[in-house]
Design a protein around this ligand. Structure first.
Ligand code: TXA
Ligand code: MG
Length: 316
């Protein structure tokens, strides 16, 4: 028998049909669930539900919005969301399902929430080789966004107990299927410009990639600085003024709470809703005739830290 657990600990269910059914119900109601993949445990939510994706960031306490990896059951499902060039398709056929993520041009109308891609026109996709994640993908029928299931700044979890220790009180459910096989996050490759670039080293080596494509992948580039860190985020093409309580005549005001604008992050002042709407609001503001953008103050607590981080970059 397992020892008693603290009341704030998430439910931890052993992998099986009942656990997957419960996890699928949680996903369908916009919650996030910790589930193993062959690399590390992921914190999964419906990638097409912006509020559910915001809940991932809230649970992790991430101080900024890094784009997330979208998990899919197979290559056909991946091709519905992004465009594959020859090299990308060959890599997918060679290494999926498996510990490789491809960054690809996002298809118009993909339905992926803008918070998943941090507003970028590219998306990171992976077909995982793990029975639990595959079962959850089948049960939900949804693309699942999932970063590693640890609090921000923590190390990636390779056991259910690591997840519980890191995210107790922040998530409802962990599916336990033992330690992960690889223990290291997936290799990330970008296939967005006719070349193949290695954005994050991982279980699939550069040599293995070269054996499939015929060329060694280039390193980073195109705005990627350190592994896992994106230097260049989506930025509006117009000047952005922060902490605005009202709009000048030439400004498009993005409101929040009591500050009513031309648009609003959240009329009720809800930070989860604001995170979910952030990139869509910026894109909309960019598309208006007004030459400038103003944004109402957003509190710097909880998800507000990440929202303000993003707004500061947009205004820089
Ligand atoms: O093995 C893994 O990849 C695990 C499991 C759960 O699948 N996931 C994982 O996710 O490591 P995460 O969020 O810890 O790392 C995802 C990284 C981001 O930090 C970012 O650098 C990169 O993927 N990424 C995502 N979308 C991107 C994009 N559009 N362009 C460039 N990099 C992107
Ligand atoms: Mg991580």
């Amino acid at each position: 028998m397992s020892p008693p657990v603290a009341p704030s600990a998430p439910r931890c269910l052993p992998y099986g049909p009942e656990a997957i059914a419960e996890a699928a119900r949680a996903i369908a109601t916009g919650q996030c669930v910790a589930i193993p993949t062959e690399t590390v445990y992921g914190l999964a939510a419906d990638a097409t539900d912006p509020v559910a994706v915001a809940a991932i960031y809230a649970a992790k306490g991430r101080p900024s919005f890094n784009p997330l990896i979208v998990h899919l059951p197979d290559l056909a499902a991946a091709e519905a969301l992004a465009t594959f060039d020859d090299a990308a398709r060959r890599l997918a056929k060679a290494f999926w399902p498996g510990p490789m993520t491809l960054v690809l041009p996002l298809r118009e109308g993909s339905g992926v929430a803008s918070l998943v891609t941090a507003g970028l026109s590219t998306v990171a996709l992976r077909v995982p080789a793990h029975r639990a994640m595959q079962a959850l993908l089948a049960a939900t029928g949804k693309p699942l966004a999932a970063p590693s299931a640890n609090a921000s700044g923590g190390i990636s979890p390779t056991r259910a107990a690591h997840v519980v220790a890191s995210l107790a009180g922040r998530i409802p459910l962990v599916i336990d299927d033992g330690p992960t096989e690889r223990g290291l996050e997936s290799t990330i490759l970008a296939c967005t410009d006719g070349t193949v670039r290695l954005l994050r080293p991982g279980p699939i080596s550069a040599e293995q990639v070269a054996a499939v494509t015929g060329v060694m992948p280039g390193r980073g580039g195109s705005g990627i600085e350190a592994p896992g860190q994106l230097a260049s985020h989506y930025a509006p093409g117009k000047p952005v003024r922060l902490e605005a309580l009202d709009a000048a005549p030439d400004e498009w005001l993005i409101g929040f709470g009591p500050v009513v604008g031309d648009d609003t992050l959240s009329a009720s002042g809800d930070l989860t809703e604001a995170a979910a709407r952030l990139f869509d609001c910026l894109h909309r503001a960019d598309a208006t005739r007004k030459p400038r953008i103003a944004v109402a103050p957003v509190p710097r607590s909880g998800l507000g830290v990440a929202i303000n981080d993003r707004l500061t970059r947009a205004a820089a």
